[in-house]
Design a protein around this ligand. Structure first.
Ligand code: V47
Length: 383
């Protein structure tokens, strides 16, 4: 199917794009918009798969991980977010508002490590009261109890928050260095949303803007701390705004690859889940939009090695299909996730077993490869 599809695209506008992709040339903004407009989803998939196979053959990566969301208190109230709970100084909080102690977080990490996890992914709301020492203590406690566990923690937005709450105030470099000294290994990609002033003003006005997100990832890369990137799509943004977002990430990655100590490992396109948010009246992306976005991301972002389908957002079934539409990473077992709750039918318990992940990957015609956070193959001794 792939060869035929590429020889004769149903949409003639894809022919010049095909020529560029086959020749290894970069796509421009207009090409990107065409990828988001075309109805020729099979040629789009074949093109994305071509690039995916050039980079990774038929390997499909997954990891054994555990997400920890340490608090849902947040000083922000972003319209797309159903996770945050306001903090009331008088103590009248929502019944489901919570914050975890450092010990509870370290217990969760230790339990994950005992079940084979190689990574913890830790993010939370912007808590108005917790001091900076809480975040460094959390890393230190995990590092002490689980020396080999990779700590991927704190979105760029949280890092900026820490610079503001630290006493005396700290720079981004100081915060990252202190957290790294305490055990932090890498940054997740969250908080990027859509890099556009209009979308920012309408959907997450109180959140820091794109220059802060890029500042944090630039400084992280300068310090040799690798990170991921995200794009939250399917709410109020246009296809052209998605393309612009991806091109801004591509530009940043060019600079990191040429002149910094670390770079983005992967892009995680996040499919907007409207339920429970102020934007609940929006329909959210369809399956075809998910596939198109993952495939277009693979084609536009030619300098980021991995494209991750986060099955919590795209669903396990769609993520499986996407393994032939440009995606090479299925993310992980997750276990517990509080930011969106579709897969857990409204609960935080959202887990796929390794056997379930492997089955989904094999059925898509790929070879399952367990990876660590840095995409090194994990070899386990069989019992
Ligand atoms: O920053 C919030 C997004 C992000 C919704 O780096 C929503 O490997 C969809 O960044 N619908 C957190 N998305 C998740 C994230 C992530 C996930 C998996 C792997 C990695 C990685 C990063 O989720 C937030 C925000 O952008 N988000 N609300 C929602 N209603």
């Amino acid at each position: 199917m792939t060869a035929l599809q590429l020889d004769r695209p149903l949409d003639p506008r894809l022919a010049p794009i095909r020529d560029k992709v086959v020749a290894g040339q970069r796509l421009d903004h207009a090409d990107g918009v065409t990828l988001f407009e075309t109805q020729d989803i099979f040629t789009l998939g074949a093109l994305a798969n071509l690039v995916r196979e050039r980079l990774h053959g038929r390997r499909a990566y997954y990891n054994i991980n555990r997400h920890i969301n340490y608090t849902n208190f947040c000083v922000l109230s972003c319209k797309f977010c159903a996770f945050y709970r306001p903090y009331d100084p008088a103590g009248n909080h929502a019944a489901d508002a919570y914050e975890m102690t450092v010990e509870e977080i370290a217990d969760a990490a230790a339990e994950a490590a005992s079940r084979g996890a190689t990574e913890v992914h830790i993010v939370g709301g912007l808590h108005p009261k917790l001091p900076f020492s809480y975040y460094a203590d959390m890393c230190r406690a995990i590092r002490t109890r689980c020396p080999a566990l990779h700590i991927k923690a704190f979105t760029a937005i949280e890092i900026v928050h820490f610079t503001r709450i630290a006493r005396p105030r700290m720079s981004i470099a100081e915060v990252l260095t202190a957290l790294r000294d305490a055990g932090l290994d890498s940054l997740p990609g969250g908080g990027a949303e859509i890099f556009d002033d209009r979308v920012h003003a309408e959907a997450f006005k109180t959140k820091v803007g794109e220059h802060h997100w890029f500042d944090v990832h630039r400084v992280a890369h300068e310090l040799g701390i690798p990170s991921n990137a995200t794009m939250l799509y399917g709410h109020i943004e246009t296809p052209a705004e998605r393309v612009t977002h991806l091109l801004k990430l591509r530009e940043h990655q060019d600079e990191s690859l040429t002149s910094r100590q670390a770079a983005f490992n992967c892009l995680v396109p996040l499919s907007f889940i409207p339920d429970g948010s102020v934007l609940a009246h929006l329909p959210g992306p369809t399956g075809l939009d998910d596939l198109r976005t993952l495939a277009a991301s693979r084609l536009i972002l030619d300098n980021v090695p991995h494209i991750k389908a986060f099955w919590i957002m795209q669903s396990p079934k769609l993520s499986q299909v996407a393994l032939n539409w440009g995606v090479d990473d299925f993310d992980g077992t997750v276990v517990w996730y509080d930011i969106t709750k579709r897969e857990g039918q409204g609960t935080t318990s959202q887990e796929l077993t390794v056997d379930q992940i492997k089955r989904l990957i094999r059925e898509a015609g790929c070879e399952p490869v367990e990876r660590d956070t840095l995409y090194r193959r994990v070899v386990r001794r069989t019992p």
